[in-house]
Design a protein around this ligand. Sequence first.
Ligand code: TYD
Ligand code: MG
Length: 470
Amino acid sequence: MAKPKSTFVCQNCGNVTSRWQGKCEACGEWNTIVEENAAGGIGGGPQRGSLRKGKPVALMPLSGELEEAPRIRTRIAEFDRATGGGIVRGSAILIGGDPGIGKSTLLMQAAAGLSRAGHKVVYVSGEEAVAQVRLRAQRLQAAETDVQLMAETNVEDILATLAQERRPDLVIIDSIQTLWSDMADSAPGTVTQVRSGVQSLVRYAKSSGAAVILVGHVTKDGQIAGPRVVEHMVDAVLYFEGEGGHHFRILRTVKNRFGPTDEIGVFEMSDIGLREVANPSELFLGERNSKAPGAAVFAGMEGTRPVLVEIQALVAPTSLGTPRRAVVGWDGARLAMVLAVLEAHCGVRLGSHDVYLNVAGGYRISEPAADLAVAAALVSSLSGVALPPDCVYFGEISLSGAVRPVAHAAQRMKEAEKLGFAQSVLPQLSDGQRMRDGVAHEIESLPHLAAAVAGSGRRRDEARSLDYDS
Ligand code: TYD
Ligand code: MG
Protein backbone atom coordinates (compact mmCIF):
# COMPACT_ATOMS: atom_id res chain seq x y z
CA MET A 1 0.00 0.00 0.00
CA ALA A 2 1.30 3.41 -0.82
CA LYS A 3 2.30 5.58 2.09
CA PRO A 4 -0.42 8.22 2.69
CA LYS A 5 0.77 11.44 1.20
CA SER A 6 0.92 14.35 3.60
CA THR A 7 0.83 18.00 2.74
CA PHE A 8 1.88 21.08 4.66
CA VAL A 9 -0.82 23.65 5.20
CA CYS A 10 -0.37 27.18 6.50
CA GLN A 11 -2.77 27.65 9.44
CA ASN A 12 -3.02 31.33 8.71
CA CYS A 13 -3.82 31.54 5.00
CA GLY A 14 -4.46 27.93 4.01
CA ASN A 15 -1.62 27.79 1.47
CA VAL A 16 -0.50 24.24 0.69
CA THR A 17 3.17 23.30 0.18
CA SER A 18 4.84 19.96 -0.31
CA ARG A 19 7.44 20.38 2.45
CA TRP A 20 7.68 22.05 5.82
CA GLN A 21 8.96 25.61 5.95
CA GLY A 22 9.49 28.02 8.80
CA LYS A 23 7.83 30.86 6.94
CA CYS A 24 4.76 30.69 4.74
CA GLU A 25 5.56 31.91 1.24
CA ALA A 26 2.00 33.06 0.63
CA CYS A 27 1.26 35.20 3.68
CA GLY A 28 4.72 35.66 5.20
CA GLU A 29 3.73 34.37 8.65
CA TRP A 30 6.24 32.36 10.68
CA ASN A 31 5.63 28.97 12.29
CA THR A 32 2.16 28.56 10.87
CA ILE A 33 2.80 25.52 8.65
CA VAL A 34 1.48 22.24 9.97
CA GLU A 35 1.69 18.78 8.43
CA GLU A 36 -1.70 17.43 7.49
CA ASN A 37 -2.80 14.25 5.83
CA ALA A 38 -3.94 14.82 2.28
CA ALA A 39 -6.17 11.75 2.13
CA GLY A 40 -9.80 12.64 1.67
CA GLY A 41 -9.03 15.24 -0.89
CA ILE A 42 -9.56 18.30 1.28
CA GLY A 43 -6.48 20.43 1.52
CA GLY A 44 -4.75 18.39 -1.14
CA GLY A 45 -7.14 19.23 -3.94
CA PRO A 46 -9.78 16.94 -5.37
CA GLN A 47 -9.57 13.33 -4.37
CA ARG A 48 -7.56 11.36 -6.86
CA GLY A 49 -8.11 7.70 -7.65
CA SER A 50 -11.16 6.48 -9.48
CA LEU A 51 -12.02 9.13 -12.05
CA ARG A 52 -15.77 9.72 -11.99
CA LYS A 53 -17.57 10.75 -15.10
CA GLY A 54 -19.70 13.87 -14.52
CA LYS A 55 -23.45 13.53 -14.78
CA PRO A 56 -25.61 16.30 -16.27
CA VAL A 57 -27.72 18.44 -13.97
CA ALA A 58 -30.93 20.26 -14.86
CA LEU A 59 -30.65 23.94 -15.82
CA MET A 60 -33.16 26.30 -14.26
CA PRO A 61 -34.67 29.69 -15.08
CA LEU A 62 -34.16 32.69 -12.82
CA SER A 63 -37.85 33.10 -12.16
CA GLY A 64 -39.57 30.44 -10.15
CA GLU A 65 -41.40 29.77 -6.98
CA LEU A 66 -39.81 30.72 -3.71
CA GLU A 67 -40.62 28.23 -1.03
CA GLU A 68 -41.21 30.60 1.88
CA ALA A 69 -40.53 34.13 3.04
CA PRO A 70 -36.81 34.51 2.43
CA ARG A 71 -35.95 36.12 5.76
CA ILE A 72 -36.58 35.19 9.34
CA ARG A 73 -36.43 37.84 12.02
CA THR A 74 -34.85 37.25 15.39
CA ARG A 75 -36.94 39.91 17.15
CA ILE A 76 -33.65 41.50 18.24
CA ALA A 77 -33.89 44.66 16.17
CA GLU A 78 -30.17 45.44 16.35
CA PHE A 79 -29.30 41.93 15.18
CA ASP A 80 -31.78 42.12 12.31
CA ARG A 81 -30.40 45.51 11.33
CA ALA A 82 -26.86 44.14 11.12
CA THR A 83 -27.94 41.18 8.98
CA GLY A 84 -29.84 43.49 6.63
CA GLY A 85 -33.37 42.73 7.80
CA GLY A 86 -33.19 39.23 9.21
CA ILE A 87 -31.52 35.92 8.53
CA VAL A 88 -31.92 34.68 4.95
CA ARG A 89 -33.14 31.11 4.67
CA GLY A 90 -30.54 28.72 3.31
CA SER A 91 -27.70 31.12 3.99
CA ALA A 92 -24.55 30.59 6.02
CA ILE A 93 -23.45 33.36 8.36
CA LEU A 94 -20.11 33.52 10.13
CA ILE A 95 -19.91 35.48 13.37
CA GLY A 96 -16.40 36.19 14.56
CA GLY A 97 -15.20 37.75 17.78
CA ASP A 98 -12.75 37.57 20.65
CA PRO A 99 -13.31 34.84 23.20
CA GLY A 100 -15.59 36.08 25.98
CA ILE A 101 -17.03 38.98 23.99
CA GLY A 102 -20.54 37.51 24.10
CA LYS A 103 -21.07 35.54 20.89
CA SER A 104 -22.71 32.60 22.63
CA THR A 105 -24.86 35.00 24.65
CA LEU A 106 -26.02 36.88 21.55
CA LEU A 107 -26.83 33.70 19.66
CA MET A 108 -28.67 32.15 22.57
CA GLN A 109 -30.81 35.28 22.80
CA ALA A 110 -31.39 35.24 19.03
CA ALA A 111 -32.27 31.55 19.20
CA ALA A 112 -34.75 32.21 21.98
CA GLY A 113 -36.31 35.10 20.02
CA LEU A 114 -36.76 32.94 16.94
CA SER A 115 -38.12 30.08 18.95
CA ARG A 116 -40.71 32.34 20.59
CA ALA A 117 -41.79 33.40 17.11
CA GLY A 118 -42.46 29.74 16.28
CA HIS A 119 -39.29 28.89 14.37
CA LYS A 120 -37.39 25.71 14.96
CA VAL A 121 -33.85 26.34 16.18
CA VAL A 122 -31.07 23.86 16.91
CA TYR A 123 -28.10 25.04 18.99
CA VAL A 124 -24.99 22.89 18.56
CA SER A 125 -22.46 23.53 21.29
CA GLY A 126 -19.00 22.15 20.77
CA GLU A 127 -17.30 24.17 23.47
CA GLU A 128 -19.59 23.90 26.42
CA ALA A 129 -21.37 20.99 28.03
CA VAL A 130 -25.17 20.87 27.97
CA ALA A 131 -25.35 21.93 31.62
CA GLN A 132 -23.31 25.07 30.94
CA VAL A 133 -25.48 26.07 28.02
CA ARG A 134 -28.60 25.47 30.11
CA LEU A 135 -27.21 27.63 32.86
CA ARG A 136 -26.66 30.49 30.44
CA ALA A 137 -30.12 30.00 28.95
CA GLN A 138 -31.59 30.30 32.43
CA ARG A 139 -29.72 33.52 33.05
CA LEU A 140 -30.99 34.89 29.75
CA GLN A 141 -34.56 33.81 30.50
CA ALA A 142 -34.42 31.57 27.46
CA ALA A 143 -34.73 28.24 29.24
CA GLU A 144 -38.47 27.95 28.65
CA THR A 145 -38.21 28.21 24.86
CA ASP A 146 -38.19 25.26 22.45
CA VAL A 147 -34.58 25.69 21.34
CA GLN A 148 -33.06 22.25 20.88
CA LEU A 149 -29.60 21.57 22.15
CA MET A 150 -26.84 19.30 20.93
CA ALA A 151 -23.34 18.97 22.37
CA GLU A 152 -21.45 17.51 19.47
CA THR A 153 -18.37 18.30 17.44
CA ASN A 154 -18.37 15.70 14.67
CA VAL A 155 -19.79 17.18 11.49
CA GLU A 156 -21.14 13.89 10.14
CA ASP A 157 -22.95 13.19 13.40
CA ILE A 158 -24.40 16.71 13.48
CA LEU A 159 -25.68 16.43 9.92
CA ALA A 160 -27.08 12.93 10.50
CA THR A 161 -28.98 14.19 13.57
CA LEU A 162 -30.35 17.17 11.67
CA ALA A 163 -31.45 14.92 8.79
CA GLN A 164 -33.53 12.78 11.15
CA GLU A 165 -35.70 15.60 12.41
CA ARG A 166 -38.06 18.09 10.83
CA ARG A 167 -35.92 20.63 9.03
CA PRO A 168 -34.90 23.40 11.41
CA ASP A 169 -35.16 27.07 10.39
CA LEU A 170 -31.83 27.88 11.98
CA VAL A 171 -28.83 25.86 13.09
CA ILE A 172 -26.23 27.53 15.30
CA ILE A 173 -22.75 25.99 15.42
CA ASP A 174 -20.69 27.22 18.39
CA SER A 175 -17.87 27.11 17.29
CA ILE A 176 -16.19 26.10 14.01
CA GLN A 177 -12.83 25.68 15.76
CA THR A 178 -14.15 22.64 17.59
CA LEU A 179 -15.55 20.93 14.49
CA TRP A 180 -13.97 17.83 13.08
CA SER A 181 -14.89 15.64 10.19
CA ASP A 182 -14.18 12.00 9.38
CA MET A 183 -13.32 13.14 5.88
CA ALA A 184 -10.23 15.07 6.91
CA ASP A 185 -7.47 13.32 8.72
CA SER A 186 -5.79 16.08 10.66
CA ALA A 187 -6.34 17.17 14.24
CA PRO A 188 -9.45 19.21 15.21
CA GLY A 189 -8.87 22.93 14.99
CA THR A 190 -6.50 22.74 12.03
CA VAL A 191 -7.33 24.60 8.87
CA THR A 192 -8.17 21.42 7.02
CA GLN A 193 -10.68 20.34 9.64
CA VAL A 194 -12.30 23.75 9.98
CA ARG A 195 -12.56 24.17 6.25
CA SER A 196 -13.96 20.73 5.66
CA GLY A 197 -16.51 21.14 8.46
CA VAL A 198 -17.64 24.53 7.23
CA GLN A 199 -17.89 23.19 3.68
CA SER A 200 -20.25 20.42 4.75
CA LEU A 201 -22.40 22.80 6.78
CA VAL A 202 -22.63 25.39 4.00
CA ARG A 203 -23.66 22.61 1.63
CA TYR A 204 -26.29 21.52 4.15
CA ALA A 205 -27.65 25.08 4.40
CA LYS A 206 -27.94 25.42 0.61
CA SER A 207 -29.56 22.05 0.06
CA SER A 208 -31.96 22.05 3.00
CA GLY A 209 -32.96 25.72 3.14
CA ALA A 210 -32.09 25.96 6.83
CA ALA A 211 -29.98 28.96 7.79
CA VAL A 212 -26.69 28.14 9.49
CA ILE A 213 -24.86 30.50 11.85
CA LEU A 214 -21.23 29.60 12.47
CA VAL A 215 -19.29 31.04 15.38
CA GLY A 216 -15.59 31.63 14.85
CA HIS A 217 -12.93 32.81 17.25
CA VAL A 218 -10.67 35.62 16.31
CA THR A 219 -6.90 35.48 16.53
CA LYS A 220 -4.94 38.18 18.28
CA ASP A 221 -4.43 40.11 15.06
CA GLY A 222 -8.17 40.28 14.59
CA GLN A 223 -8.89 37.69 11.92
CA ILE A 224 -11.15 34.73 12.24
CA ALA A 225 -8.83 31.91 13.23
CA GLY A 226 -8.24 29.55 10.39
CA PRO A 227 -7.96 30.47 6.78
CA ARG A 228 -9.59 33.40 5.10
CA VAL A 229 -11.21 30.83 2.81
CA VAL A 230 -13.87 30.26 5.45
CA GLU A 231 -14.94 33.86 4.96
CA HIS A 232 -15.25 33.24 1.22
CA MET A 233 -17.39 30.17 1.71
CA VAL A 234 -20.18 31.82 3.70
CA ASP A 235 -22.81 34.36 2.59
CA ALA A 236 -22.27 36.86 5.37
CA VAL A 237 -19.49 37.66 7.81
CA LEU A 238 -20.20 39.62 10.97
CA TYR A 239 -17.81 40.64 13.69
CA PHE A 240 -18.86 41.04 17.27
CA GLU A 241 -16.57 43.60 18.82
CA GLY A 242 -16.11 45.46 22.05
CA GLU A 243 -13.37 47.21 23.91
CA GLY A 244 -12.02 45.70 27.13
CA GLY A 245 -13.50 47.43 30.16
CA HIS A 246 -16.52 48.78 28.26
CA HIS A 247 -19.92 47.20 28.40
CA PHE A 248 -21.10 47.93 24.92
CA ARG A 249 -20.67 45.60 21.97
CA ILE A 250 -20.98 46.23 18.26
CA LEU A 251 -22.12 43.71 15.69
CA ARG A 252 -20.51 44.83 12.45
CA THR A 253 -21.17 43.40 8.99
CA VAL A 254 -18.08 43.03 6.82
CA LYS A 255 -19.59 40.87 4.08
CA ASN A 256 -23.20 40.30 3.16
CA ARG A 257 -24.44 38.75 -0.04
CA PHE A 258 -28.02 39.69 0.83
CA GLY A 259 -27.74 43.18 2.26
CA PRO A 260 -25.62 46.22 3.00
CA THR A 261 -22.22 45.83 4.64
CA ASP A 262 -22.02 49.07 6.56
CA GLU A 263 -24.72 48.47 9.14
CA ILE A 264 -23.96 47.96 12.80
CA GLY A 265 -25.98 46.68 15.72
CA VAL A 266 -25.19 48.11 19.14
CA PHE A 267 -25.64 46.20 22.39
CA GLU A 268 -24.80 46.61 26.02
CA MET A 269 -23.75 43.62 28.15
CA SER A 270 -25.76 43.42 31.35
CA ASP A 271 -26.09 40.73 33.98
CA ILE A 272 -29.10 39.28 32.19
CA GLY A 273 -27.54 39.23 28.78
CA LEU A 274 -27.21 41.70 25.94
CA ARG A 275 -29.48 44.71 25.88
CA GLU A 276 -30.19 46.52 22.63
CA VAL A 277 -29.03 50.11 22.35
CA ALA A 278 -31.39 51.87 19.99
CA ASN A 279 -29.71 55.27 20.27
CA PRO A 280 -25.93 54.71 20.31
CA SER A 281 -25.12 58.43 20.42
CA GLU A 282 -26.46 58.72 23.94
CA LEU A 283 -24.26 55.83 24.97
CA PHE A 284 -21.07 57.20 23.43
CA LEU A 285 -21.66 60.70 24.73
CA GLY A 286 -22.82 59.50 28.13
CA GLU A 287 -19.83 60.41 30.27
CA ARG A 288 -18.84 63.56 28.47
CA ASN A 289 -17.11 66.44 30.19
CA SER A 290 -17.94 69.22 27.77
CA LYS A 291 -15.78 71.85 29.45
CA ALA A 292 -12.45 70.08 28.98
CA PRO A 293 -10.21 71.30 26.15
CA GLY A 294 -9.32 68.73 23.51
CA ALA A 295 -12.72 67.15 23.08
CA ALA A 296 -14.79 67.48 19.90
CA VAL A 297 -18.05 65.74 19.05
CA PHE A 298 -18.04 64.05 15.67
CA ALA A 299 -21.31 63.50 13.83
CA GLY A 300 -20.64 60.20 12.09
CA MET A 301 -22.64 57.72 10.08
CA GLU A 302 -22.81 53.98 10.50
CA GLY A 303 -24.65 52.63 7.50
CA THR A 304 -27.99 54.38 7.45
CA ARG A 305 -27.74 55.57 11.03
CA PRO A 306 -26.08 58.71 12.36
CA VAL A 307 -23.91 58.22 15.45
CA LEU A 308 -22.42 60.99 17.58
CA VAL A 309 -19.11 60.23 19.26
CA GLU A 310 -16.62 62.26 21.21
CA ILE A 311 -13.06 62.52 19.93
CA GLN A 312 -10.48 63.37 22.57
CA ALA A 313 -7.04 64.74 21.86
CA LEU A 314 -4.16 65.42 24.19
CA VAL A 315 -1.29 67.51 22.88
CA ALA A 316 1.58 67.85 25.34
CA PRO A 317 5.24 68.96 25.07
CA THR A 318 7.42 65.93 24.49
CA SER A 319 10.43 64.82 26.47
CA LEU A 320 11.52 62.44 23.75
CA GLY A 321 13.64 63.00 20.66
CA THR A 322 10.86 61.74 18.45
CA PRO A 323 7.44 62.85 19.66
CA ARG A 324 4.85 60.15 20.25
CA ARG A 325 1.71 59.73 18.20
CA ALA A 326 -0.76 57.29 19.73
CA VAL A 327 -4.26 56.61 18.40
CA VAL A 328 -7.08 54.51 19.81
CA GLY A 329 -10.17 54.02 17.67
CA TRP A 330 -8.99 55.79 14.55
CA ASP A 331 -6.44 55.36 11.77
CA GLY A 332 -2.88 56.37 12.70
CA ALA A 333 -2.00 57.24 9.11
CA ARG A 334 -4.99 59.60 8.91
CA LEU A 335 -3.88 61.32 12.11
CA ALA A 336 -0.42 61.86 10.61
CA MET A 337 -2.08 63.41 7.57
CA VAL A 338 -4.25 65.78 9.61
CA LEU A 339 -1.17 66.81 11.65
CA ALA A 340 0.78 67.48 8.45
CA VAL A 341 -2.04 69.61 7.00
CA LEU A 342 -2.32 71.56 10.27
CA GLU A 343 1.44 72.26 10.17
CA ALA A 344 1.65 73.11 6.49
CA HIS A 345 -1.49 75.22 6.06
CA CYS A 346 -2.46 76.51 9.49
CA GLY A 347 0.90 77.18 11.09
CA VAL A 348 0.13 74.82 13.97
CA ARG A 349 3.50 73.48 15.09
CA LEU A 350 3.28 70.05 16.68
CA GLY A 351 6.82 68.80 16.00
CA SER A 352 7.84 69.09 19.65
CA HIS A 353 4.58 67.75 21.06
CA ASP A 354 3.30 64.29 21.85
CA VAL A 355 -0.14 63.69 20.37
CA TYR A 356 -2.63 61.23 21.82
CA LEU A 357 -5.98 60.67 20.18
CA ASN A 358 -8.81 58.64 21.61
CA VAL A 359 -12.32 57.90 20.45
CA ALA A 360 -14.48 57.85 23.57
CA GLY A 361 -16.20 54.72 24.76
CA GLY A 362 -13.85 52.39 22.87
CA TYR A 363 -15.73 53.04 19.64
CA ARG A 364 -13.90 52.69 16.31
CA ILE A 365 -14.28 55.18 13.46
CA SER A 366 -13.35 54.40 9.87
CA GLU A 367 -14.89 57.42 8.14
CA PRO A 368 -12.61 60.12 6.69
CA ALA A 369 -15.39 62.56 7.68
CA ALA A 370 -13.90 62.52 11.18
CA ASP A 371 -10.90 64.57 9.97
CA LEU A 372 -12.46 67.90 10.90
CA ALA A 373 -13.45 66.78 14.40
CA VAL A 374 -9.93 65.45 14.94
CA ALA A 375 -8.41 68.73 13.78
CA ALA A 376 -10.75 70.68 16.08
CA ALA A 377 -9.85 68.48 19.06
CA LEU A 378 -6.13 68.87 18.34
CA VAL A 379 -6.32 72.66 18.02
CA SER A 380 -8.43 72.86 21.15
CA SER A 381 -6.01 70.77 23.20
CA LEU A 382 -2.97 72.65 21.96
CA SER A 383 -4.49 76.05 22.71
CA GLY A 384 -6.11 74.95 25.98
CA VAL A 385 -9.45 76.43 24.90
CA ALA A 386 -12.46 74.19 25.21
CA LEU A 387 -14.70 73.88 22.17
CA PRO A 388 -18.32 74.97 22.46
CA PRO A 389 -20.20 72.14 24.15
CA ASP A 390 -23.18 72.33 21.79
CA CYS A 391 -21.21 71.97 18.55
CA VAL A 392 -20.56 68.98 16.29
CA TYR A 393 -17.90 68.65 13.60
CA PHE A 394 -17.68 66.65 10.40
CA GLY A 395 -15.87 66.98 7.09
CA GLU A 396 -13.02 65.42 5.18
CA ILE A 397 -9.73 67.31 4.93
CA SER A 398 -7.69 67.10 1.76
CA LEU A 399 -3.93 67.54 1.61
CA SER A 400 -4.35 71.04 0.24
CA GLY A 401 -6.17 72.01 3.43
CA ALA A 402 -9.56 72.21 1.73
CA VAL A 403 -12.54 70.82 3.62
CA ARG A 404 -14.42 68.45 1.35
CA PRO A 405 -18.13 67.65 1.54
CA VAL A 406 -19.24 64.32 2.94
CA ALA A 407 -22.37 62.30 2.39
CA HIS A 408 -25.51 62.56 4.55
CA ALA A 409 -24.83 66.05 5.90
CA ALA A 410 -28.50 66.70 6.63
CA GLN A 411 -28.91 63.44 8.53
CA ARG A 412 -25.86 64.16 10.66
CA MET A 413 -27.15 67.63 11.54
CA LYS A 414 -30.59 66.30 12.34
CA GLU A 415 -29.19 63.74 14.76
CA ALA A 416 -27.03 66.42 16.38
CA GLU A 417 -30.02 68.68 16.82
CA LYS A 418 -32.06 65.87 18.31
CA LEU A 419 -29.42 65.49 21.00
CA GLY A 420 -29.24 69.18 21.79
CA PHE A 421 -26.32 70.29 19.64
CA ALA A 422 -27.34 73.64 18.21
CA GLN A 423 -24.28 74.28 16.04
CA SER A 424 -22.27 72.38 13.50
CA VAL A 425 -18.96 73.08 11.81
CA LEU A 426 -19.07 71.39 8.44
CA PRO A 427 -18.11 71.59 4.76
CA GLN A 428 -20.01 73.90 2.45
CA LEU A 429 -23.55 72.73 1.81
CA SER A 430 -25.55 72.82 -1.35
CA ASP A 431 -28.71 74.92 -1.18
CA GLY A 432 -31.02 71.95 -0.71
CA GLN A 433 -29.10 70.75 2.32
CA ARG A 434 -29.45 73.91 4.40
CA MET A 435 -31.64 73.55 7.44
CA ARG A 436 -33.72 76.23 9.05
CA ASP A 437 -32.89 75.47 12.67
CA GLY A 438 -29.44 75.34 14.18
CA VAL A 439 -26.35 77.27 13.26
CA ALA A 440 -24.21 75.78 10.52
CA HIS A 441 -20.69 77.16 10.25
CA GLU A 442 -19.76 76.17 6.72
CA ILE A 443 -16.03 76.25 6.21
CA GLU A 444 -14.08 76.01 3.00
CA SER A 445 -10.67 75.12 4.29
CA LEU A 446 -8.90 74.14 7.47
CA PRO A 447 -7.52 77.60 8.34
CA HIS A 448 -11.15 78.72 8.65
CA LEU A 449 -11.68 76.19 11.40
CA ALA A 450 -9.96 78.29 14.05
CA ALA A 451 -12.08 81.27 13.07
CA ALA A 452 -15.26 79.22 13.21
CA VAL A 453 -14.28 77.85 16.61
CA ALA A 454 -13.57 81.34 17.92
CA GLY A 455 -16.83 82.66 16.45
CA SER A 456 -18.97 79.98 18.02
CA GLY A 457 -17.06 80.40 21.28
CA ARG A 458 -18.04 84.07 21.41
CA ARG A 459 -21.69 83.17 20.94
CA ARG A 460 -21.35 80.71 23.79
CA ASP A 461 -19.93 83.39 26.09
CA GLU A 462 -23.00 85.52 25.45
CA ALA A 463 -25.21 82.57 26.26
CA ARG A 464 -23.30 81.92 29.42
CA SER A 465 -23.58 85.49 30.68
CA LEU A 466 -27.32 85.27 30.07
CA ASP A 467 -27.38 82.15 32.18
CA TYR A 468 -25.61 83.94 35.00
CA ASP A 469 -28.09 86.80 34.95
CA SER A 470 -31.12 84.62 35.32
P1 TYD B 1 -19.98 34.45 26.03
O1 TYD B 1 -21.26 34.59 25.30
O2 TYD B 1 -19.72 33.13 26.67
O3 TYD B 1 -18.75 34.83 25.08
P2 TYD B 1 -18.15 34.07 23.80
O4 TYD B 1 -19.13 33.03 23.38
O5 TYD B 1 -17.98 35.15 22.78
O6 TYD B 1 -16.85 33.50 24.21
O7 TYD B 1 -19.96 35.63 27.09
C1 TYD B 1 -18.98 35.65 28.01
C2 TYD B 1 -18.98 36.88 28.88
O8 TYD B 1 -20.20 37.56 28.98
C3 TYD B 1 -18.61 36.43 30.25
O9 TYD B 1 -17.46 37.15 30.64
C4 TYD B 1 -19.78 36.75 31.11
C5 TYD B 1 -20.51 37.78 30.35
N1 TYD B 1 -21.97 37.70 30.56
C6 TYD B 1 -22.62 38.73 31.17
O10 TYD B 1 -22.03 39.73 31.57
N2 TYD B 1 -24.00 38.68 31.32
C7 TYD B 1 -24.70 37.61 30.88
O11 TYD B 1 -25.94 37.59 31.04
C8 TYD B 1 -24.00 36.53 30.25
C9 TYD B 1 -24.74 35.31 29.77
C10 TYD B 1 -22.65 36.62 30.09
MG1 MG C 1 -18.87 30.97 23.41
